[in-house]
Structures are given as C-alpha cells and as structure tokens.
Design a protein around this ligand. Sequence first.
Ligand SMILES: Cc1cc2nc3c(=O)[nH]c(=O)nc-3n(C[C@H](O)[C@H](O)[C@H](O)COP(=O)(O)OP(=O)(O)OC[C@H]3O[C@@H](n4cnc5c(N)ncnc54)[C@H](O)[C@@H]3O)c2cc1C
Length: 403
Amino acid sequence: MLTRRRDLRTGRSPWQDRRLPAIETTRLSDKAEADVVVIGAGISGAMVADALSDAGLSVLIVDRRGPVKGSTVASTALLQYEIDQPLTLLSRQIGEADAVRAWRRSRLALDGLGARIRDLGLSPMRPRDSLYLAGDVLDATGLEREGEARRRAGLETRFLDAAALKARFGIAREAALLGFDNIELDPRLLAAGFLRAAIARGARLSCPVEIVEADTGPRSVRLKTDAGGLIRARHAVFCTGYEIPLGKAPKGHQAISTWAMATVPQTRRLWPERCFIWEASDPYLYMRTTSDGRIICGGEDEDFVDEDKRDALIAEKTKTLQRKLAALLPGVSTEVDYAWTGTFGASGNGLPTIGPLPGLDNCWAVMGFGGNGITYSRIGAEIVRAALTGRDDPDRDLYAFKA
Ligand SMILES: Cc1cc2nc3c(=O)[nH]c(=O)nc-3n(C[C@H](O)[C@H](O)[C@H](O)COP(=O)(O)OP(=O)(O)OC[C@H]3O[C@@H](n4cnc5c(N)ncnc54)[C@H](O)[C@@H]3O)c2cc1C
C-alpha cells in the first residue's frame, strides 16, 4: 500500500455545517498525463496545485476520498507564524541561525498566504494576535527570554507580566507573550478556494481516485490507480497528510491523537480582542473564536493513534476541555455544540518535512506536521514551486526529509 488508509477523524467540526462552493471534477481516463500529479486534495494539495498551476504547469489533482475530506476538515485553523517549538528551545536543537531562519520563514509564509488569499478573494479571514501563556514548558522567565530572542530575530512580540495580562485580557496567569498578525479562518473553505482557483487555471481534479503504486524513473513518474488506470507525469507531489508515503515517517515524526470542541455562539461573552490563546505547556490547551462567535478549544493530546480508543475518549476529553476553558475564562459559556477528534502528526522539533522523497525519483512530499500544519502547507507550496520551476529555495535544507 502506497499510503496506508487511516481513520483520520471522528465527530463533527463547525466547518462541516457550512456550504462549500461547487468544486469541478473531471473523470480520469485510463491513461492520463500531466506535468505534475498532486496526490491529496486537502489544504496542502490545494495550495500546491494553486502554486504550480500559477507557474504554468499542467496539474492533475487526485484524492481517494474527495476534495477536502481528510484532516483539513478537523483543523481548528489557528494560522500562526509562531511555531510550536519556541525559538529559544529550537535554537538548542538545531542551532540559533537555523532556528531564526525557521521562525522568520514562518512569518514570511503566513504573510504570503494572507496576501494570496486576499489577492484571489478566496475566503473571509480575520487578523488575530496571539497570547502565549506561561506554562510548564516556559515559565515567566523563560517567556521573557523567548520574547527577547524573537525580537532580536525581528519578530515583534510584547511580554506581559501577570498584572498587565490581567488588566488587558482578564486572564490570571503568571505571564504571557503577545504576538501579532496571525489569521483566523475556515480551513475547509480555504482549501476549496485554492482548488477552485487552480481548476479555473486549467488544473484537473479527479476523485475518488486512489494512487496505489508509483513506478519512478529519472525522467518521469508512472502512477497506478485503484481502478487500474495509469497516470504519467514528470513529477508527483504527495500531499497525503498523515497518511504518509510508503509508511516511512521521517526521523522524529510521530502520529498522535488530539481533541477539540466548539461552544455555542456567544459573541457578547468573548474575551477582549479575540486573540488566539495557547499555552507554553505540554500538552497544551489552545483556543480561538469563529465568525459566528463560537469558541473553539482544543488540545489534550495523547501519544497514541489507536482510533477506537481515541474516539471512545471524545466525551471525557470534551469535559476536560470545558473545565480548563472555564478555569481560564470564567466569563464564557462552555456549552458544547461540536466535539471531534483526529489523528495529528507531530515532529520532534515542530518543523515539517518538505522535499524529495528518498527512494522515489521525481516525487516530492509536503508533510505539514505539527500545530502549524497550514502555515507549513504554504511553505511546502513555495518550496515545491521553486524546485519544479528550476529555482532554488534558500530554506529548503531546513525541511528536507531526514531518515
Ligand atoms: C484537530 C486538529 C487541529 C489542528 N489545528 C491546527 C491549527 O490550529 N493550525 C494549523 O496550522 N494546523 C492545524 N492542524 C494541522 C492541519 O490541519 C493539517 O496539517 C492539515 O490539515 C493537513 O492537510 P493536508 O492537506 O496535508 O492533509 P489532508 O487534509 O488529510 O489531505 C490529504 C489527502 O490525501 C488523500 N490521500 C492520501 N493518500 C492517498 C492516495 N494514495 N491516493 C489518493 N489520495 C490520497 C486523503 O484522502 C486526503 O484527502 C490541526 C489538525 C487537527 C487534526
């Protein structure tokens, strides 16, 4: 099996109750050709297809489920440039220069993504600042150092002590870092928007089509489909989410389980500025709001991927999320309208894997593991576009597949 099928998610997210615009699909012929085959029509495949079709390449997108039916539907979609691994800790893992490069690249990617969404008129989005609360990974002193490191790297951040945090946000914690200019949106709508933009430029989307085999050579890729069809292309890009190609996880990558809930709408009871809130803790709690005034709250991650066990925990984990939400923000309602769970890909240093797939010539992977998966989809689209149009990307080495 090229990418083992997983039960990616269970339960319902608020995005599933919103109407999607129609996405045109094409019937796949027995022998199809394209410059590039993009495998996976989630947010990563959608952004890659947009970037490659924009570069003038002929693009065929396939998905064994259908457009936007994988993990992207479960995403809580806090689109942040602040990556999971604090800059000070990442510096210890990969050296300061590379850590600064990774943080700056995420900033640049999020800005680029926001500009692209605006330019193409894809999806409503709201700018959001983010509040990173002191916890067991970084306490107040650690946060202060983290803030200084970020500012030295040119990333504007404000340190708030307990009094300032209470006064401005009504939150009783030791300290927080305030970061700026992140993006809140509906990830399903965004992926659909990118797919539609690529299709309007001539890209084709065929589904359900499963790629079951890849026969690769120095000049081309031949992909077999579950229906016995054959697709020939110069390149293939695996945007298959947590269903990773050949089951070969890059070093340090791990599939885990996570849970999330959304409250009833409560526009009048939300916290000041409606910034993203997350914790410098392991596991962490995080929250955001939606356009109709709900609170989405998630976290409670566990280091296992057994889907039955994961699903059986939805009620219990939802109660824990409700309790933690009430403790942090006593003024809000914790009444639940949506609860869901999903498999989640984590990496040891919070960075994604993007680049050529070892052992498969002309095949690329965009594996946006971690809490910044969508920011990483954008970086993936940028790196793959550069490579397939004969240009270099200065940060390619940061994300290369490590066996
Ligand atoms: C609960 C949860 C919360 C999250 N919160 C955030 C967040 O706040 N911010 C953030 O940035 N990220 C977040 N993420 C991560 C982010 O959502 C993911 O990184 C992103 O959605 C992955 O998108 P994708 O397109 O790579 O994968 P998917 O959306 O899973 O798409 C992959 C597609 O590939 C298809 N596929 C697989 N194998 C084959 C094959 N052989 N042939 C054909 N098709 C195939 C699948 O059918 C699937 O549709 C969260 C994830 C979860 C689960």
